[in-house]
Design a protein around this ligand. Structure first.
Ligand SMILES: C[S@@+](CC[C@H](N)C(=O)[O-])C[C@H]1O[C@@H](n2cnc3c(N)ncnc32)[C@H](O)[C@@H]1O
Length: 361
């Protein structure tokens, strides 16, 4: 810890808080220095020596000089490298997310990130979009240890994962927290159709220990990490199943009180399976999709979040009605539709909670 000799006022403890406020209001207090105290007195560090008039105004007779611990000013990445890179931190790995903006400066950015965040041990960059059935992407290590496996902590849960072998998005943390809050303390049968390493399943299971979660994924690596994460988090009410949901959904007909469908862009093609797994008394679907925010009115192109939300609601309504063979459809209520995160300058990931009732298959 850095220390500095600073001018200060000595004041009896009972007057300490009153004087601290007064000095702060007058912008005379050194807020980056740690206030000293002993049994009877408090020493308040100042940005400069007080003028006689100031002493009178705040009722201080004499000034002292004393050593204070001074907090180090945290430098920003912009101060160090002169640009503001986009990155996200997953466990102890920093991932550069906008590769074009750091071309030619990657090493500089990587070392600056590691010096600013001592917990970062690897800096990597995205070198492909999320692709394929497993929704994986390729990474390239720029600095630090040569690995893409890490342990990420989120909302009180731990997830071991490999950034190149499975899908994981730390920006969905508040969405997972929101859905987990809905099941808190409930006793439900929950199916996570596209579970990945268990990011939704485990959080839901931990908040609702009486519930049972079936977590399905087609990617064997995701299931291997999911099983490890179930143990790591003591989530014994999660059952991991490796397989293609289209082939295994029949085992879960009419079972689910709640279904998570986090497969943006493709989830519509799995609605028939989801609806047949829903409890005929009614169940909730958490549905995610990428929706454009453009609309065309009077020959003009407009962009708004409201447009994206309305489009998402309309599309899901139509697709659910199509997927429920007519004789099975009973009712659909959109409980909530909202932006989960921006996806591109012209699109959002929209999340919809829908209560669907069907007649038993
Ligand atoms: C967008 S990721 C979501 C992962 C997880 N829910 C999360 O939020 O981190 C979609 C997942 O669905 C899985 N998947 C894709 N098609 C599938 C299918 N037909 N049956 C089961 N899982 C599938 C992929 O392997 C991938 O892990």
């Amino acid at each position: 810890m850095k220390t500095e000799n600073l001018p200060c006022v000595k004041v009896e403890k009972r007057r300490g808080e009153e004087l601290r406020r007064a000095l702060k209001e007058l912008e005379l207090l050194r807020t980056d220095a740690r206030i000293n105290s002993n049994a009877d007195f408090i020493y308040l560090p100042l940005i400069r020596a007080l003028k006689e008039a100031e002493k009178r105004e705040i009722g201080v007779a004499e000034l002292l000089t004393r050593e204070f611990a001074v907090l180090e000013q945290r430098r920003s990445i912009e101060d160090i490298v002169g640009l503001k890179p986009s990155y996200e931190i997953i466990g102890d790995i920093a991932v550069l997310t906008d590769v074009d903006s750091t071309v030619g400066n990657e090493q500089l950015v990587a070392h600056a990130l590691m010096s600013l965040h001592k917990n970062i041990k690897v800096v990597a960059k995205r070198v492909s979009p999320v692709e394929g059935v497993f929704r994986k992407r390729k990474m390239e290590i720029i600095a630090g240890e040569n690995r893409t496996e890490t342990m990420h902590k989120e909302n009180g849960c731990k997830y071991k994962l490999d950034l190149e072998k499975v899908y994981f998005n730390p920006r969905l943390a508040s969405e997972r927290n929101r859905v987990a809050a809905q099941v808190r303390g409930s006793k439900e049968e929950i199916i996570d159709m596209f579970a990945g390493v268990g990011s939704f399943s485990i959080q839901l299971a931990k908040r609702a220990p009486q519930s049972h979660v079936t977590a399905i994924d087609i990617n064997p690596d995701a299931i291997r990490y999911l099983r490890e994460n179930i143990k790591l988090n003591g989530a014994r009410n999660v059952e991991a199943i490796e397989g293609d949901i289209r082939e295994i959904y029949v085992k879960f007909r009419n079972k689910a009180d709640r279904i998570i469908m986090n497969l943006p862009k493709s989830a519509y093609s799995f609605l028939r399976e989801a609806l047949s797994m829903l409890n005929p008394q009614g169940g909730i679907i958490h549905f995610y999709d990428v929706i454009s925010s453009y609309s065309y009115a009077g020959g003009e192109k407009r962009k708004s979040l409201e447009t994206a939300i309305n489009k998402a609601k309309e599309k899901l309504t139509v697709k659910i009605e199509e997927a429920c063979e007519l004789e099975h459809f009973h009712s659909l209520e959109i409980l909530e539709a909202r932006k989960v995160k921006p996806y591109a300058p012209y699109a959002y990931i929209i999340g919809i909670d829908a209560m669907v009732k069907i007649r038993s298959h």
